[in-house]
Structure formats: C-alpha cells, structure tokens
Ligand binder design. Sequence first.
Ligand code: FA5
Length: 343
Amino acid sequence: MSLPNLLTALDDLAADAGSALNSVTSAEQLEEQRVRLLGAKNGQIKTVEKLMGVLDRADRPAGGKRLNEVRQAINQLFEQATERIGGAQPKTKSGKPGFDATLPGIRPAIGHLHPITQTIEHLKEIMGRLGFSVVEGPEVEDTWHNFIALNIPEDHPARDPLDNFYLQTAAKTSAASADSKLLRSQTSTVQIRVMEGQQPPLRIISIGRVYRPDAADATHFPMFHQMEGLWIDRHVNMSHLKTVLRMFASSYLGDDVQVRFRPSFFPFTEPSVEVDYHWQDSWIEFGGAGIVDPNVLQQVGYDPEEWSGFAFGLGVERLCMRRYQITDIRDLFKGDVRFLKQF
Ligand code: FA5
C-alpha cells in the first residue's frame, strides 16, 4: 500500500467514525461502535494499523503520525458521545456493565472496626484516663481462677456443669478439681491472676470474651465480653467504687445517663452491688461490683488489714447497645454487613 492510499483510508475512517458516533443514541449502540472502530482484534483502527507494515519504511513516520491523530479523534468523539447519552457505562454482550479503564478510579469499599471492638477501644481510653492500665487473661481457665480463689465454694450453683462450658481434658479431671478446665464464665479470673503476680497498690482493667450456656435473647448471648476493673490500695472504699463507676458511665454514655446501685451478692465482694442504667422506660443491669472480700485478698497473699480494694465486671455488649441504641444483642453477632456498616 502507498502512503496516499493509507492517508485516504484514514480520512474515510475519521469521517465514518464522526457520523457514526454523532448519531448514537444508546449505550448499546455506543458499545457496537466501540467494538467496530476501536476493537482490539478486528476494529477498523487495528485493521489500518496492520497496513502500516506494508508501507515503505520511509513513509511509515508520516503514516503513523496520521494514524495516531485519527485514533485520538475517534477517542474524543467516543467520549463526547458517552457524555451526550448520559455517561452510560458500556455494556458487554451479556448486558452487564463492562470494564472501562478510562473511567476515574472508584474507592473500593473497605471495612471498619466492629462496634464491639470500637467499644472496647473507647472503654480502654476512658479507663486509661482514670489511671487504669490494661491487662489480658486466658479464655480457657482452671477452676482455681474461675471459682475457688474467688471464694466460690464447690457446692455453689455458679459451678454447675450445666451453667458452664467445662472442657474435657486428657486427665479427665472432675469439675470440682482445682485444675479442671473451662471457658471462663467471667473476667473476674483476671483479678486473681494479677494479684497473684503483683504486689499492691494496683489499678487495672481487663476486657475480653466470656462464655455461658445462656439462651440467646435480646439482652443475653452465650458468648459476650466483660470489662473487669480492680483497684487495690490502702483505704479503698465504696465511695471510690461509686465515684469511678459514675464517672465512667457519664464519660461513656453521656451526662444524662441515670445510674443506680442495688445491693446484691457476689462471693468475692462484700458488700456487693449490681449497677443499672435507665434506658427506654426501664432499668437494665450493666454490671456487678463490690469491695473485694478479705478472703480473696488472703487467698492471693495480701494482708486484708493493710490493703483493701474494689472490683467491678461490666457487660461490654450492654454498654455498646446503650450508646448506639441497639435493641437486640444478637444483631451484634449476625455479621450482617447492612447492620454493621452503620457504626
Ligand atoms: C459477674 O460476672 C461478676 N463477675 C461481676 C463482678 C465483678 C462482680 C467484680 C463483683 C466484682 P454478672 O454475672 O452479673 O456478674 O455479669 C456481669 C454483667 O455481664 C451483667 O451485668 C451483664 O451486663 C453482662 N452479662 C451477663 N450475662 C450476659 C449474657 N448472657 N449476655 C450478655 N451480657 C451478659
């Protein structure tokens, strides 16, 4: 092929593309024209490009220059046509939107922290400001840390095999033995672990999962999280406990939160209280607390005449629910993205 013939073919192609692209009225027609003119295999530009190979070597720069001009002009016409018909996406044969590498990048949907994880971070931050450091404890515990050291005797209903997830160990220890294993039913286990390893004074929190064979309903789940708090020092009393819990509640739930303390019983605190907040016309319990029982201090080798302290265990899900107006705890564990992405 001679150069003049190639230039004429390119001029014809430009004119043909101009009239075809100016008269398209739908995304489908536009896609047809894209394949006909710019298609990577048998598009018209590609066909003319192949003819470049038979041009005289000396004519190739001029032919290539014109080919690029026409290609650019067609691309421009294509963009104008796309804009004119409303920026419609090109469709593939199956009718689904095709991939258009010329469109601007779209930020992919990235995940974010689960509301419970967000709550845990927030709780650590508030308690950190009150001087509490964070410690961890194991989820698989022994009966010593989950019950015995916490002053929970063998015949206490809290140790019933039906109320706990005991684990069958190789040694087949009985539920009563101090080293039989279970999934911890409360984070109070961490109180014992910390006091066994450190001398007072101390001020810690521990946040983690606990397990109970509770039937799931709007406010209960068989696996949930607790935040345990422990403050041991000289002369710690009930007014310190109530002040810290009130300060915590108003920091996390807002100044308008109503908190009440009800007398209660836990084997490891004396006196003990249950802590409720007011929500949607009723009171809901969000934790238990009290002054650490002298027996517990003795179990870990602290002198109860010298040291005293308070402890509390709060339900993390219940705190999260109150803050985010979640009315059913089960929503937190369904993994439904439509729910989770609201937080
Ligand atoms: C305890 O677990 C004590 N260890 C708390 C404690 C610690 C008392 C330190 C004294 C000193 P209780 O069983 O009441 O207490 O549970 C504490 C909180 O965990 C409850 O108030 C509630 O907010 C939450 N909770 C209990 N069971 C469930 C459940 N099945 N699902 C969700 N949250 C629960």
